[in-house]
Design a protein around this ligand. Structure first.
Ligand code: M6R
Length: 606
């Protein structure tokens, strides 16, 4: 985790760094800091807590410069404190770092033995010492960084600044993202795209093992051995406005409301409605040799993966397993050349997912991905990528990325069914038409956001919640519960409704609201039975049902209705009101929706 940003050019670097850090704050927010190059040397400002504290600190002790680096932290080694905040300075060298240095204790002992004095508990401080020593021995900053990264084991995106080379910033990356934004006589470097958009839309995505040197508008990339490396420049089609809140109180709410657009953009160009066909550009994997599918992901993306199992098995008759990426890599999954692995990740930078992908490739599997960030590590690791078009997702709680992942899985399964002949043409056409209607149906649900907000006012004081669903909507019960717990800190569990009687039902009493997902599908009568069981034990029920439902109201205390659609698309529609409910419950509770405690958006460490 952590966000890093660096700038060199004619603008005020302090403004650029603060604005960049603000866009990266979703990556961590327990402390922040900047280091800028002044005539008299490097000046540092650091502050514990949110970025706002750093801004206040800079207002108290103003600063301006044309070159500088900044950092927003999600603590791994060393508690959140000013001392542990980055940048770390040592004798005229300042360093910011995202990642983990695994051998830092060994190096720390070695450095201490030769006289180094450490001021923080972080692993990063090793880097400032190593780089400073190398520059003191006469190496230029780029070579000093090169020598330091060769000594460390672990993962990093780092930036270094040295008083000996005032207008230059050196960056290095290994398994953590780093993007260079190329402007006119200016360059910005950052962990993620939104932070560069105010300066430029021309980007170079660095690869593992790259070392970059930026001075004004000059960019030079080499490898760890010092050989020149050529990386292509890409035009980013995200606008700065897409990365702004646009009048909404929180990014999460904005992103919930963007879903009709995000889902449309995700299927646009992939379906030929008239012909009733799904079309994928550049997909040349031989599906006839695929005997098993594995879908791997973490968190919300894993919930999307779980729905994928239902769709792939029904549409293409291929046995489909779903695994948490963090589990997959530490067991011995039965993966081989006839296995197709689908990795799902919004960011494309989740460490567990990337490691699982590498493991699957090592075992000979073909690996494709579903991802929202172009040129991210995942898209580079995998044989083919379905790009979702959610646009930048800044909210820590994933919303539009999830519904676009569901859309992507649906399209992939349709395409597989079409290619393998397991779905007939008429059925494909019907399923495409249903998908095309989904954005309008999401809009209808969003029209009832005020009603859901009123529900939130009635339910926000409960301490626990249970979410139940069956079949393809069981994963949505898990997702609904995750949304609630991550932003409101209310304890919430998702269960397959049929499991209630095997234990969880013991929890039901008047203090336990139950969110029952019960659209009209084959499991509907069973869901009514589950609602009866809760009702009989005095639990309150909020039921999510299909429009026109008359039966559920006799068991439920409150109803949320969704438009009728194909069962395979109900997860998208059910998800939306659950996001709105979680959001408003959190707002009622007064928790920090933008920066939920202990979380970071992109988990680039194990
Ligand atoms: O970027 P990814 O999709 O790989 O992220 C996976 C999870 O870290 C992420 O979904 C997380 O669970 C979110 N906080 C969910 O809202």
């Amino acid at each position: 985790m952590c966000g890093i940003v660096g700038y060199t050019g004619s603008r005020d670097a302090v403004d650029v760094l603060l604005s960049g850090l603000q866009k990266l704050e979703y990556r961590g927010y327990d402390s922040a800091g900047i280091a800028v190059m002044k005539d008299a040397g490097i000046e540092l400002r650091r502050s514990v807590g949110k970025l706002n504290n750093l801004t206040m600190e800079i207002l108290k002790r103003p600063l301006s410069a044309h070159t500088g680096i900044g950092h927003t932290r999600w603590a791994t080694h060393g508690r959140p404190s000013e001392q542990n905040a980055h940048p770390h300075m040592e004798g005229g060298v300042a360093v910011v770092h995202n990642g983990i240095i695994e051998n830092y204790l060994v190096l720390k002992d070695e450095l201490k033995a030769s006289g180094a004095v450490f001021k923080s508990e972080t692993d990063t401080e090793i880097l400032s010492h190593l780089i400073q020593r190398a520059t003191a021995e006469g190496l230029c900053l780029a070579d000093a960084v090169r020598s330091a990264v060769k000594r460390i084991k672990g993962t990093f995106a780092l930036l270094a600044l040295s008083e000996k080379e005032p207008g230059t910033i050196i960056g290095a990356r290994l398994e953590c993202p780093m993007i260079v934004g190329v402007g006119e006589n200016e360059t910005i470097i950052s962990s993620d795209i939104p932070a560069i958009l105010d300066v430029t839309r021309k980007a170079i995505f660095l690869h593992d093992g790259d070392i970059v040197s930026i001075t004004g508008g000059e960019v030079e990339i080499t490898d760890f051995e010092g050989h020149a490396v050529d990386r292509k420049e890409t035009n980013i089609n995200w606008s700065p406005v897409m990365a702004e809140k646009g009048g909404y109180r929180h990014f999460m709410l904005k992103e919930i409301f963007e879903q009709p657009r995000a889902v449309t953009d995700t299927f646009r160009g992939q379906v030929l409605e008239e012909k009733g066909e799904v079309f994928f550009d550049g997909f040349d994997i031989d599906l006839s040799s695929v005997k098993r599918i594995y879908i791997i992901a973490c968190g919300t993306s894993w919930h999307a993966a779980l729905t994928g199992k239902y769709i792939f098995e029904d549409f293409c008759s291929i046995p489909t397993e779903v695994d948490l990426a963090s589990e997959f890599r530490y067991r011995n999954p039965l993966v081989g050349e006839s296995t197709l692995v689908i990795a799902i990740s919004q960011s494309g930078e989740t460490a567990d997912t990337l490691a699982a992908v590498k493991e699957a490739k090592r075992k000979g599997a073909t690996v494709i991905s579903i991802c929202n960030v172009m040129e991210s590590s995942l898209t580079r690791e995998t044989d083919w990528t379905f790009m979702t078009h959610a646009g930048p997702e800044i909210g820590v709680a994933s919303t539009k990325a999830f519904t676009t992942q569901l859309t992507a899985l649906y399209l992939l399964a349709l395409y597989f069914g079409q290619t393998l002949g397991t779905l007939d043409a008429g059925r494909i056409k019907e399923l495409i038409q249903e998908l095309i209607k989904i954005p309008k149906k999401i809009e209808t649900i969003l029209d009832s956001a005020d009603y859901i907000e009123a529900l939130a006012r009635r339910y926000f004081h409960y301490r626990d919640f249970i979410y139940i669903g069956r079949g393809i909507n069981f994963p949505i019960a898990l997702e609904g519960a995750l949304k609630l717990k991550e932003i409101s800190y209310i304890h919430a569990e998702g269960y397959a409704a049929g499991e209630m009687k095997h234990g969880p039902i013991a929890l039901i009493d008047e203090e336990m609201p139950v969110v029952a997902i019960a659209p009209r599908d084959a499991t509907y009568p069973k869901m009514l039975g589950n609602m009866e069981e809760v009702h009989a034990r005095l639990g309150s029920i909020i039921a999510v049902v299909s429009e026109g439902d008359t039966e559920a109201s006799t068991r439920a205390d409150d109803l949320i209705t969704i438009p009728v659609t194909s069962v395979y698309l109900t997860p998208i529609l059910v998800t939306v009101p659950l996001q709105v409910l979680a959001y408003h419950i959190a707002v009622q509770k007064g928790t920090d929706v933008a920066q939920p405690r202990n979380l970071a958006k992109s988990v680039t460490v194990e």
